[in-house]
Design a protein around this ligand. Sequence first.
Ligand code: ATP
Ligand code: MG
Length: 763
Amino acid sequence: AGAAEDPLTAGLNPQQRRAVEARGPALLIVAGAGSGKTRVLTHRIAQLIRNREAWPSQILAITFTNKAASEMRERVQELLGDATEGMWISTFHSACVRILRRESERFGYVSGFTIYDSADSRALLKRIIRETEADSYGFTPANTSGKISRLKNELQDAAGYAATANEADPRERIFVEIFHEYEQQLRRANAFDFDDLIGQTVHLFRAHPDVAAVYQRRFRHLLVDEYQDTNHAQYALIRELTRPVDADLADRLVPPVRPAELDASGGIPAASLTVVGDSDQSIYAFRGADIRNIVEFERDFPGAEVVKLEQNYRSTQNILSAANAVIASNFDRQEKNLWTAEGAGERIVGFTGYSQHDEARFVAEEIEDLRRSGAAYGDIAVFYRTNSQTRALEELLIRSAVPYRVLGGTKFYERAEIKDAMAYLTSLANPYDPIAWSRLLGAPKRGIGPMAEAQLANFQEGRGISFHEAMLRAEEIGFGPKVLGSITGLGELLSRAARMAAGGGAALEPGGAVADAEKPPAPVAEVLKLILDETQMIEKLRAKRDPQDEARAENLEELVAVAREFDVRNPGAGLLEFLTEVSLVAAADDLDDRSGTVSLMTLHTAKGLEFPAVFITGVEEGLLPHQMSVDEVGGVNEERRLMYVGITRARERLYLTLASTRASYGDIGVAMPSRFLQEIPEELIDWRQSPGEVTARAGGSGGSGSRALNAPREGRPTRSGAGRGADSAVSFGRGSGAAAVGEPASGNMQSALERWRERKRLA
Ligand code: ATP
Ligand code: MG
């Protein structure tokens, strides 16, 4: 390109430039927060494509959330000024779903497989535990699914685990039995759980080298962001994808390989791998993330080049100094020297409230102050350690009419009514799925009791037919006329909807619904509307005249809007893609570009993001570090990394807040300032109200003392109907579903606020 400045590297510092231009087999970029790791990945992809070193279809870039993926895609598009079609920029999970959908027949699954979320998995485990009477041994769906998930992240299956389990321990034997049964039932249901997506792809590649070769050949460049948070299964997947293809296999590939693809041995060389990460930001050990993946990278990928980035472009010096000071207390790390050319900036603001409500009031007031000094609501984020902390914050924000969204809270798709409607759609795509089927039987109630359900399920299993067919043939079982009418009516509705969804071409249900060759697949919204209309789900909720049920009815209407929006965005895509998209919506993905709202999220969700102004709330012992971590080996160090992640999200303004008393589970306890606060040099923090001041005052005068005790009770919604109704009404406007719709969010938010206020007035 000559000596003229390359626009893709012009704005980069020398280390960043090296990272973009390196062309070895493997590249590791290790660097602290905000040093441009993600930016380097983006520029690297753009350069590879622009230089014609790779076609877009030869790139596989892995990010931690779907949101990060779409951001990266946009950035690459901006840099290149044209389309990036065929490029895979996605999460591990989405990439694996795409591979599994293509290759599912290889291992006896139908491509319409269901993806079970954690609630579905637990529903399945609950049954198994009941059937095996394992509950008397202390097995619960929660602890069992946790253990199975951890094993799957280690690529262990039931058989493999059984081989190492202690046979003498009855609990172990029972667990093996549950695990085994769980695997069987997933298979029978044509379903994968979330962890399977990655594990099964690895198994697929290992069992079918010819399938693996297709992807090893296709993806010439693998790039992985946030590598410090990969677990063993994800690591194994990367290993599989970066193996060379031997001459023998390469010979049999379709379309035939061109000479340019081959190396001297006649095989296809391994793809190049670039990973970026920061071991100081490893915060997913509890999910099996293994920091060793980054530490041992050079050993695993010989010939790897290592680039270190040291300049931070995100934060002011004061913020960076605080972050450096905190993380320096972790003794088990490599020293990093992160600096910034930004000036010192404002000091960090500290505040101690008398209660979490007092703390929340401060946050709300400061947000308004920031606004007055020119910040937009979208520039501001509020972080917390646990979801339960949002209650007080939300209440104060609503009272102050600050528009906000909670990212990754109670998710739209986890609501009961949404799961009901989704069960129908799931069952259309996968009529063998017992969890979806069992759910839709009772939604709405139609007089099909547990006995009838069990008989139907036995019939279905015995004949090896789908649930839909079983319902259509229910007369063979012998039910009373009323139940029979109800069952066949439902069976007919499902068949009709399945035909509609399948349209011409292939029927969704193999051997089941007969496709009408003339008709294209109906838009998802139409299929959904047919179901909602025929089952009268919305009318029935409305008829109850209960505000909570009204909110549920609105949520269902919202789901129709989500589907319609999907249909517009993906013409002709169909039901399967819709289900895939919904099941992959991850926590941080509600974060859309409508920037008119303050973002509330957990510290975990905040990873990789940045905001001009950040509040970290609840900086107290027991919360941050979290109580659970304190007794665990390395637990506090992981919490400290979480604190580091939080601090380094802030660009200009950082607030650290806490409360001196906090209500949890109905009790009000005294809260102590977090040890992490003490690790920050005093001169960096401007205390508007220090922990010392608060305790002095609270202890000194009865007035403020009683205020501390009364405050939590005041506006705290009860767990009773009114409180929860308000909850769902408010969340409705901010759920991930709402975020995905083209309709203005403010409308939803506004009416939700209205309803909330109304209810407060009445209460
Ligand atoms: P994290 O560890 O939090 O994921 P990161 O290392 O991925 O951070 P980026 O998000 O890529 O860092 O970059 C942080 C900020 O600095 C971004 O706003 C980015 O645009 C900016 N930035 C990075 N490099 C440069 C540069 N050379 N010149 C100007 N701005 C830069
Ligand atoms: Mg990043």
